[in-house]
Design a protein around this ligand. Structure first.
Ligand code: NAD
Length: 488
């Protein structure tokens, strides 16, 4: 599918000069090829605090990924800053918490006129003392907000909530204020291709790994997330998150989002099992051929995931070949949109069975060959969160998927299994090509980024969730919607 917002630069310039109420979306800076250790090369990262292990882990992760790091903390602990400065980082001893402070500090860092994307990481602090001096503490949000409004295109604002905030009522007020702030800030940043997220950091390393993904080009269409970075479930951090040798199943992968996910996982080194219905054999063969032509490993298993025999056929094929499965992307999905007046039992059941019931069937069939530490990604939809006219069956199925991801995350914790749901917004595929033009236009305008996403955007998120870099993320729902709403 073509990204119909990829305007010729000359046409873009011309349209920008025309005095019409047209908002042109900013072209998004996306990743390409295999994930590299230095994904953030050519970007800058500015941190507003450097006082403890969490701040240091965030700063070091940015630096390790290739970003030019600046700290703007006047009270920054010198031994901590010293380690970063030794690694090429920069310290600007400015007062970041005051309105205008962060912007001034960025200017002082000599970066005025620098158009490289910038990740601004703000550790939200608790008000000093015991009184309700929340105004003083919330000024820090305005300071980063002012700066965010002046950042170059495709920049990021990451608001980090540390465990210290959960100790008392004042901390709780700061958490609430941060969420309210972020709920609006990401809307303002989207037009410039910027994103804004809240990270609730329960574990420093997990937060740093999550921040690195959210700062980079692989999360270009992901905005407004509110995620918990939990204590990591398995092993040490790897410099380059790789899927080399992993066996991963993607259901409904002959075309669209599923095919993009399969291609992306294969590029990362995984042996991908592509599933789809028998009628999609030709398209699936194309996807397999494309992966193999690039030196990747892929096989096709024809099966209807909505049936017990189909689910078993998938497990048998993978079991016979590899004997194990390390990740599952439950992607197959259909729409049968009808208003309630016209909703037949058949349409209701079909959608619930393929979009939701099938996940249970496939997962149960795979359970004897599921590796410890495997990661499951369940394809939901923003319609499972917000609902939509004429989509009661689809919304019910996609809402249930989110709950299923939470339940699997709880059940699988002891074995290091993870499960997360992705809720795509408006993505250009054959499924959405069937929508009436007016609905497509409205969907674009509902995003903060004023544009639809590409299958690659969902594929990048799935790739992150199935890989080691997301090991602190489980039982959560991640929207991939260009900033339609904040949180889950
Ligand atoms: P698509 O229609 O292009 O592809 C879906 C694939 O699933 C097809 O190849 C189809 O043959 C396969 N499939 C359908 N029923 C199956 C079954 N019973 N067994 C095995 N395979 C089956 O759709 P898409 O746009 O690529 O969507 C992929 C997933 O993302 C779906 O779950 C969809 O609900 C979800 N989603 C898509 C969007 C979007 O904007 N495109 C938005 C939100 C969620």
């Amino acid at each position: 599918m073509q990204d119909d917002w990829s305007l010729n630069p000359n046409v873009r310039k011309l349209l920008q000069r025309v005095p019409l109420p047209i908002s042109l979306p900013t072209p998004l800076r996306r990743g390409a090829g295999r994930t590299r250790a230095n994904e953030l090369t050519g970007t800058r990262a500015v941190l507003t605090h450097l006082r403890d292990g969490l701040d240091l882990a965030l700063a070091q992760a940015m630096q390790a990924a290739g970003a030019a790091v600046t700290i703007v903390d006047p009270a920054g602990e010198t031994t901590l800053t010293g380690r970063l400065v030794d690694g090429g980082g920069q310290l600007v001893p400015a007062t970041a918490d005051l309105p205008g402070g962060v912007l001034n500090a960025i200017a002082q860092s000599g970066a005025t006129g620098d158009r490289r994307p910038l990740t601004l990481i703000h550790r939200v602090t608790r008000p000093h003392g015991d009184d309700l001096a929340v105004n003083e503490a919330t000024d820090g949000l305005l300071a980063v907000g002012h700066a965010a409004a002046h950042l170059p295109p495709n920049s990021r604002l990451l608001l980090v909530l540390g465990p210290d905030l959960r100790k008392d009522n004042l901390g709780a007020l700061m958490i609430a204020a941060t969420h309210g702030f972020a709920r609006s800030a990401f809307k303002e940043m989207g037009k410039n291709g910027g994103t804004c997220h809240v990270i609730r950091a329960e574990d420093a390393q997990a937060a740093a790994e999550l921040a690195t993904f959210l700062a980079g080009p692989r999360s270009a269409f992901v905005s407004g997330l509110d995620l918990v970075a939990q204590k990591s479930l398995a092993g040490d951090a790897t410099a380059v998150p790789t899927l080399d040798g992993k066996v991963i199943l993607v259901t409904g992968a002959a075309r669209g989002i599923g095919a993009a996910i399969a291609e992306r996982l294969a590029l990362e080194g995984a042996h991908v099992w592509i599933n789809d219905i028998a009628q999609a054999q030709a398209a699936a063969a194309d996807t397999v051929a494309q992966i193999r032509a690039r030196g990747g490993h892929a096989d096709f298993v024809a099966a209807d995931v909505g049936t017990l025999s189909g689910a078993q056929a998938i497990a048998d094929a993978i079991g016979k070949d590899a004997g194990r499965v390390d990740g599952v992307i439950h992607n197959a999905g259909i729409t049968r949109d009808r208003t309630l007046k016209k909703m037949s039992v058949a349409h209701w059941r079909q959608v619930l069975q393929v979009n939701f019931g099938a996940m249970h069937l496939v997962q149960t069939a795979l359970s004897p060959i599921l590796s410890d530490g495997a990661s499951m990604v369940l394809m939901s939809s923003v319609m499972g969160i917000s609902g939509n006219f004429g989509q009661t069956n689809y919304s019910a199925s996609k809402s249930a998927v989110i709950e299923l991801a939470k339940q699997w995350a709880c059940e699988g914790h002891a074995r290091g299994l993870r499960a997360n749901a992705i809720a795509p917004g408006f993505i250009l595929t054959e499924m959405t090509a069937q929508m009436p033009v007016i609905n497509r236009e409205m969907a674009k305008q509902l995003t903060a980024m004023l544009q639809p996403g590409l299958p690659l955007d969902v594929a990048e998120l799935a790739c992150f969730l199935v890989g080691a870099q997301s090991r602190g993320v489980t039982g959560q729902v991640l929207r991939c919607d260009g900033g339609m709403a904040f949180g889950a």
